[in-house]
Design a protein around this ligand. Structure first.
Ligand code: PLP
Length: 491
């Protein structure tokens, strides 16, 4: 395809800039090549591989060339610890412009009173939120009681008392096997070491969140923080109900919308399903359904804003100014009317994918979806998640294995495959394409058998019937060619 034969539909990936972006990338790669040619080669290869695979990882997407190019600048060279107008370094006037604009776009996009755009990732955004809540609810009243202005004024003994108090607070979040995230108080993550944690699950029959059960758990456990949000729950959450529960027990409601922020920004989730008006603190990544650069953001009510603003240096290293700039560009894109169409398509396409599985007899957790995630129980194919993930990859279908509720195979091998529609929707895939994707997945898994290793049955080994991977790959290549990634971009 020549650089000016830009005919394929663009779903927001900037095909109108293809010719200029091609020139920019060609020049950049030439410069990189002169220093470390293997990095230039890997960069070229990554684009080729992404162009040639059905990317169904629910947490991934494709950012626009405008967002990607914004990250490659000298803002990367600047230290800017602190926040706008209150830096620990000199000469931050341009970073101030960037951070101010990114925060302004985020506030407007989500209708939030306050936005903090420095977190380097979703994990960091959650850490900022946790410590802002602890600072507001535990540290500040303790300092006031002791008549101290800040922690440095405390005696050694009072400081030890406060540290013990900060480290012994309660957090209630969604269980991992029903879709919660490691950062919601689970032991392998720092949050599990910080908090005394309990989790709520889903109804064993419907697979849906049972709000009465969440309320009962909250009444019994009395958490300081109630966390809502997920990374593998294929349904919407009623955040108004979550706030009622939090208010009843005096908890702070923190919503982690890392996965579905694009559906909030695109006004697919409104009213009770929009977390921002209900949560005290809302955190997110910027690179999943929101389609921005790899990073995080925290939104907060006025009550928590001063503490969130201290995220750096409280838990964050110096801000990545080049990424904050790219966040500003991505938020500006998400404020365009076209992003609403994109977000609606993401949700419609997930429904089409789920229907495609259902009509072919595959079992889905909760029976379907009403967000961007479809969670397939691969026990119905006699496979573990690990076997299914590997077989699909052989056929050019990129997914990730995931636990399902009460998973008999644990988190490593698991029994589920999580699919998401944000990335392929960005390429322009429509509902009928997703039905075909379901067909290809089912064809691959039906032709995959568990296999044994040297020590007997294995949860990782598998065989695929001859020709299946090649046939499926060829069929998916046709769809990928019809919906090119970065149409017109030539390196
Ligand atoms: N929160 C949720 C709900 C997530 O799904 C994820 C990532 O998968 C994160 C936080 C962490 O994001 P990051 O990988 O950017 O740290």
């Amino acid at each position: 395809m020549s650089a000016d034969s830009v005919t394929a539909p663009s779903a927001g990936l900037g095909s109108e800039y293809a010719v200029t972006a091609s020139a920019a990338y060609r020049s950049a790669l030439e410069v990189i090549e002169s220093v470390e040619p293997r990095i230039a080669a890997a960069t070229r290869q990554e684009l080729a591989d992404q162009r040639d695979s059905l990317k169904l990882i629910a947490s991934e997407n494709y950012a626009s060339p405008a967002v990607l190019l914004t990250m490659g600048t000298w803002f990367s060279d600047k230290y800017a610890e602190g926040t706008v107008g209150h830096r620990f370094y000199a000469a931050c006037q341009n970073v101030d412009t960037v951070e101010t604009l990114a925060a302004e776009h985020a506030r407007e996009l989500f209708g939030a009173p306050y936005a903090y755009v420095q977190p380097h990732s979703g994990i960091d955004a959650n850490l900022v939120a946790f410590w802002a809540i602890l600072a507001t609810r535990i540290e500040a009243p303790e300092l006031a009681e002791l008549g101290a202005k800040n922690v440095n004024d405390l005696s050694e003994a009072d400081w030890e008392k406060l540290r013990a108090k900060l480290g012994n607070q309660r957090l209630l979040g969604m269980s991992l096997d029903t879709g919660g995230h490691l950062t919601h108080g689970f032991r392998p993550n720092i949050s599990g070491k910080m908090f005394y944690q309990r989790s709520y699950g889903t109804d064993p029959q419907s697979g849906l969140i049972d709000y009465d059960a969440v309320a009962a758990a909250a009444r019994e456990f009395k958490p300081l923080i109630l966390v809502a949000g997920y990374s593998a729950y294929p349904r919407r959450v009623n955040f108004a109900k979550m706030r009622e529960i939090a208010d009843e027990v005096g908890a702070t409601l923190m919503v982690d919308m890392a996965h579905f922020a694009g559906l909030v920004a695109g006004k697919v989730f409104t009213g009770d399903e929009d977390p921002v008006p209900h949560a005290h603190v809302t955190t997110s990544t910027t690179h999943k359904s929101l389609r921005g650069p790899r990073g995080g953001v925290v939104l907060a009510t006025e009550e928590y804003s001063a503490a969130v603003d201290k995220g750096c240096p409280m838990v964050l290293g110096g801000p990545l100014s080049h990424v904050m700039a790219a966040k500003a560009v991505a938020f500006a894109e998400a404020r365009q009317p076209a992003f609403r169409d994109y977000a609606q398509n993401v949700a419609d396409n997930a429904k089409a994918l789920a229907e495609g599985f259902n009509k072919r007899g595959a079992r889905l957790v909760t029976g379907g979806t009403d967000n961007h995630i479809v969670l397939l129980d691969v026990q119905s194919f006699g496979l573990t998640g690990r076997q299914a993930e590997s077989a699909l990859l052989d056929a050019g279908i990129v997914t990730n294995r995931n636990s399902i509720p009460n998973d008999p195979n644990g988190a490593w091998y698991s029994s589920g495959i999580r699919f998401g529609t944000p990335a392929l929707t960005s390429r322009g895939f429509a509902a009928d394409d997703f039905d075909r994707v379901a067909e290809l997945v089912v064809e691959t898994l039906r032709n995959t058998q568990p296999a044994s290793g040297p020590n007997g049955p294995s949860k990782a080994k598998y065989t695929i019937a001859d020709g299946t991977a090649e046939r499926v790959h060829a069929a998916s290549s046709e769809m990928l060619t019809a919906n090119p990634l970065y149409p017109g971009l030539e390196l």
